[in-house]
Design a protein around this ligand. Structure first.
Ligand code: G3P
Ligand code: MG
Length: 237
C-alpha cells in the first residue's frame, strides 16, 4: 500500500480556526505533509480566507473583495487570529510542508500568486515543486501555466472524466476530486493520464481507509492527526 499524502485542509481546521496562522502551525505539529489554503486578491494583496462573505468565519460583515484591506485586517478570524496574508503563511511554513494555494474566484490574480511564489523561490530557497496552485476556475490555471510552467497546477474537479482530460491537456500535476464523486474508474483514468489524485474532504477513518484502498495519492483533511495515525497504525505498522 502506498503512502497517502496528508494535506491539511484550510490548515488543521478541525482543531484551530480555518485558514489562520494557528491552523497552519497546528497542521505542522500534527505531521501534515502539505497544507491547503484559500486565497482572494484585495487591493493587490493576497488574503487567506474561504468564503466570499465574511460572516461565517470572522466578526466582520460583507463581501471580502469589496471591503478595504485595513478593515479586513482588523477582523477576528477566530481565537483572536487575523485573516492572514498569503506571504505570512508561506513565511510561517518555511519549507516544512508543501503549500497548495487555491484561487477562489476568477479575479484572484494568478499573476500576483506567481510573483509571490517566484519571490520565495528566488530569495528563500523554496522550490516550485513545494507549491501547487489549484482552482475550480480553470481559466486561472491556464494563465498560471502560461506565466510560469514550473509551478505545478491542480485541477479542482466537480464532475468527471472531462476534467481529467483537461488536467492532461493543461499539463497539470494533479486532479482534486470531491469525496462524494470519486470512484476507482476516475482514479485509474487520472493515473493513466499521468495525474496525481487528491480527494477532499476526508475526515473519518472509514473514508481514509477507502481512499487508501482506492490508491488515491493524497487526501485533504481537517484532521491531519487521523491520517497520520492511519499511516502509522494500519498501513505502515
Ligand atoms: O482544495 C480542496 C478544497 O479545499 C476545495 O473546496 O470549498 O473546501 O475550498 P473548498
Ligand atoms: Mg479550498
Amino acid at each position: 500500500m502506498k503512502k497517502l499524502l496528508c494535506i491539511a485542509h484550510r490548515g488543521a481546521s478541525g482543531h484551530e480556526p480555518e485558514n489562520t496562522l494557528s491552523a497552519i502551525e497546528k497542521a505542522q505539529v500534527l505531521g501534515a505533509d502539505w497544507i491547503e489554503v484559500d486565497v482572494y486578491a484585495v487591493e493587490r494583496e493576497l488574503l487567506v480566507i474561504h468564503d466570499l462573505k465574511l460572516e461565517r468565519t470572522t466578526n466582520g460583515k460583507g463581501i471580502v473583495t469589496e471591503q478595504p484591506l485595513s478593515y479586513l485586517r482588523s477582523l477576528d478570524a477566530g481565537k483572536g487570529q487575523r485573516i492572514p496574508f498569503l506571504w505570512e503563511v508561506i513565511d510561517l511554513v518555511d519549507k516544512r510542508m508543501g503549500i497548495n494555494v487555491e484561487l477562489k474566484d476568477e479575479k484572484t490574480g494568478g499573476g500576483a500568486v506567481v510573483s509571490l511564489i517566484d519571490e520565495f523561490v528566488g530569495r528563500c530557497g523554496w522550490s516550485y515543486e513545494q507549491f501547487i496552485v489549484s482552482s475550480f476556475h480553470h481559466d486561472q490555471l491556464v494563465k498560471i501555466r502560461r506565466l510560469r510552467p514550473e509551478i505545478p497546477i491542480g485541477v479542482l474537479v466537480d464532475k468527471s472524466i472531462s476534467d481529467t482530460r483537461l488536467g492532461e491537456d493543461l499539463g497539470a500535476y494533479s486532479v482534486h476530486f470531491r469525496l462524494k464523486g470519486v470512484n476507482r474508474a476516475l482514479v485509474c483514468d487520472a493515473h493513466r493520464r499521468g495525474l496525481k489524485v487528491f480527494v477532499f474532504t476526508v475526515n473519518n477513518l472509514k473514508d481514509i481507509k477507502r481512499m487508501s484502498v482506492m490508491e488515491v495519492d493524497g487526501v485533504f483533511t481537517d484532521y491531519p492527526d487521523r491520517v497520520v495515525s492511519f499511516q502509522k497504525d494500519i498501513a505502515f505498522p
